[in-house]
Design a protein around this ligand. Sequence first.
Ligand code: UDX
Length: 464
Amino acid sequence: MKIAVIGTGYVGLVSGACFSGWGHDVVCMDKNAQKIASLERGVVPIYEPGLDELVERNFAAGRLRFTCDLADAVRGASVVFIAVGTPPRAGHGDADLSFVYMAARELASLIEDNAVIVIKSTVPVGTGDIVQKIIGSVRKAGSFSVASNPEFLREGVAIRDFLEPDRVVIGIEDDRARDVLTKLYGASLDLRRTPIVVTQRRTSELIKYAANAFLATKITFINELADLCEQVGSDVSHLALGVGLDKRIGTSFLNAGPGYGGSCFPKDTMALLRTAQDHGVALRIVEETVTANEARKRRMALKVVDALGGDVEDLTIAILGLTFKPDTDDMREAPSVPLIETLQRFGARIRAYDPAGIENARQVLSDVELHRDPYECARDADAVVVVTEWDDIRHLDLASLKAVMRQKILVDLRNAFEPGAAERTGFRVSGIGRPTVARHDVTTATPSSAALHVSAARKTDLAY
Ligand code: UDX
């Protein structure tokens, strides 16, 4: 199949590279000439594990090309994916669709007859109808199709998510779009493992927002339970396991932390609320999720202040992990930012370490001493605060970390360390939703072994 992909952000580039890996002839187009030039040199402009090799391999094989010229990209293409950004509109909360509509206007006169235009960008319900009208104002009805095919990939594991998705969602209004898209995915995915949900275009558009809102709610739920765990002396990790092993609930996305961030959950929950508001519907649970998450991100600074005895003025705090999650350089809506800004307002000096996010962090943080070595970052610090659970942060040698610090305080906002082990090293540990002192031994077996045993956590002397 000849495929054009418009937009080379996370979704566009990963999709284009993966489609070419399936043997299709793919052209990725972007207006940003610098990005295209860099891709042609084999330099992938985003940080995503495995993407460099995938792009390089398919580019070398001649299956993947890059261009700034839309006409060149869509020439001969039977499928055109629109994967441009839909950033939040400043002050509105809804998605800015100007890039989607611009692409539709430009595509209208360039696409081949019978081409299927597929919107992969996350767009509010009804966007496909508008794209259909825009193209229909130039081309004969029936000579093209507009479909929706939302993308559920996560940064950091984007390639695996694309190649082994839990499901593929296709929103169509005609048989041509159904046939082309079910063939495209059906030929390369194992359909016994990956169901394809074929539905109307409007439902497909809404599915993406509903999924993200549900996941954001799930995270917020466990975060609030973590607060309760701290008050009553329970351990949220065990609680999440005990609750999540109920198949109706599921164990994933129950890791309590400093609040969700990233380019999707905050933006998409707001956009969904906006859609609901426009249609006179109250999504109270999503509203509360958004409010609770924002408040939580700000509140994390108080946790650090408490751990340091109530005052951080003139103290040095080392932040470990800046990006909104591991395996990305993305700082969008990262919980580290409000945390650092609040601690700075309280008079703390901030040093920070991140394996990949330093360059992007420079754009959003000021007066922060940025380090490429975690131990250097922790030197003379009064506390280290784990904000992002990168693997290399999880595997830090706590004794070496402690050795270079002034006060031995570890605030673990991701529960990246076993509190018992950290305390035996000599740290005073404060985590999320767990007792400060590990007074109990926990035996966990794999869920399949049925012999799962978690001994009860006892009431502890939690400070908050
Ligand atoms: C998300 C969706 O998962 C994906 O399907 C969609 O296509 C895009 O948005 P992404 O933003 O890349 O993906 O990251 P994700 O792994 O979902 O994490 C989002 C945020 O939630 C991060 O800040 C992460 O730290 C937080 N999170 C996630 C938790 O705090 N706890 C969890 O259990 C899971």
